[in-house]
Design a protein around this ligand. Structure first.
Ligand code: AHG
Ligand code: MN
Ligand code: MN
Ligand code: MN
Length: 331
């Protein structure tokens, strides 16, 4: 009928953000503006990612970051683009970035701190496989107008006011939460807009997908090995893209568990608390799932360093609880 004709184009992200502004007590519009700034940065990075095979921006940049990882050109480009967008936007007093050793100090008169992984899934850039951007937003605790302190920046995940990711996949999506559920927007390139496509996303309570780099199996702790044996005995599907955002997004939609456990090479796992784990933990909990380091809720962990790593068990609650149960059996 006439009603349903052309009804595929829904709410734009901008409109959605405006409509939801009333959900924040004492809303001043600054957080809404910040979310729009992040979406703009996402569009810019999306443009670079889409063209990367055509430009000379594939491959290694020739430097290593503070984690000792070889930076790819797009890691650096995404870091610069994102930082610039947040600086110009003016709503941010400091940024923690995977690609920067220290805090980036911006506008002391601003209220928000952003932690970001500008480009997640570095190893997939040059092979045209899905990659992403991850961000968390905190409210500073020291007074506006004063220099940012470490306590503004090293807050636990429970203090996040918003978190999200952009997935540069077969389509580009922005998914975010402000603590009132999770919503997903798909980028419409001809309009240049993110449009609401996944309203009130919920993670299935149980699932049958497990995602882990099993190449490191030999060095997993016994409880993780036992859980993996269980997954096989149940004929679960193994799915591992190697881009956290993409693996997470699939498991959020379909139900599943993603594990990056401690290994011999990486005793605290590989993933970073401040700009990978907390953000996805906030989203998965808002969607009805769970995120732990194998024992504790991720968002309760008190951070001590900008680039701190923690093991991550994240996804459907029944699966995360099951993985925990194997640890219990050893005790
Ligand atoms: P980044 O590209 O931001 O450094 O993150 C890499 C992470 C994450 O995206 C992915 O899930 C994980 O590294 C893969 O690590 P392994 O290659 O050790 O499985
Ligand atoms: Mn990296
Ligand atoms: Mn990452
Ligand atoms: Mn990264």
């Amino acid at each position: 009928d006439k009603q349903s004709l052309g009804s595929t184009i829904g709410t734009t992200l901008d409109r959605f953000i405006n409509d939801k502004q009333g959900e924040f007590p004492f809303a001043t519009g600054e957080l809404s503006q910040l979310l729009r700034d992040i979406a703009l940065a996402g569009k810019i990075i999306n443009r670079e990612v889409n063209k990367s095979g055509l430009l000379d921006i594939a491959g290694a940049y020739g430097a290593t970051n503070v984690q000792g990882e070889e930076q790819q050109k797009l890691d650096v480009i995404a870091d610069i683009r994102f930082t610039r967008a947040l600086k110009n936007g003016g709503e941010v007093c400091a940024i923690i970035s995977e690609e920067e050793d220290d805090l980036i100090r911006l506008n002391n008169n601003s209220r928000y701190v952003v932690a970001m992984d500008p480009l997640d899934g570095s190893s997939n850039i040059d092979v045209n496989v899905s990659i992403g951007t991850i961000f968390s937003i905190y409210r500073r605790v020291t007074p506006i107008g004063t220099p940012v302190q470490m306590e503004d920046v090293l807050q636990k995940g429970d203090n996040q006011v918003a978190a999200g990711y952009i997935l540069y996949g077969s389509s580009t999506m922005l998914v975010y939460t402000t603590g009132h559920g999770v919503n997903g927007f798909t980028f419409e390139p001809t309009l240049g807009e993110f449009l609401l496509s996944h309203q009130n996303m919920k993670c299935p309570k149980d699932g049958s997908i497990y995602s882990i780099n099993e190449g490191s199996y030999q060095s997993f702790e016994p409880s993780v090995k036992d859980y993996l044996q269980y997954c096989k005995s149940e004929n679960y599907s193994a799915r591992y893209i190697g881009s956290l955002v993409a693996d997470f997004h699939r498991n959020l939609l379909k139900g599943g568990i993603y594990i990056y456990p401690s290994t011999e090479k990486a005793p605290n796992g590989k993933l970073r608390l401040m700009y990978e784990c907390n953000c996805l933990a906030f989203i998965i909990e808002q969607a009805g799932g769970m995120a732990t380091d194998g024992q504790r809720r991720v968002m309760e962990i008190e951070p001590t360093e900008l680039h701190q790593r923690v093991p991550l068990f994240i996804g459907s609650p029944d699966m995360v609880n099951k993985a925990h149960a194997f640890r219990g059996e050893e005790a």
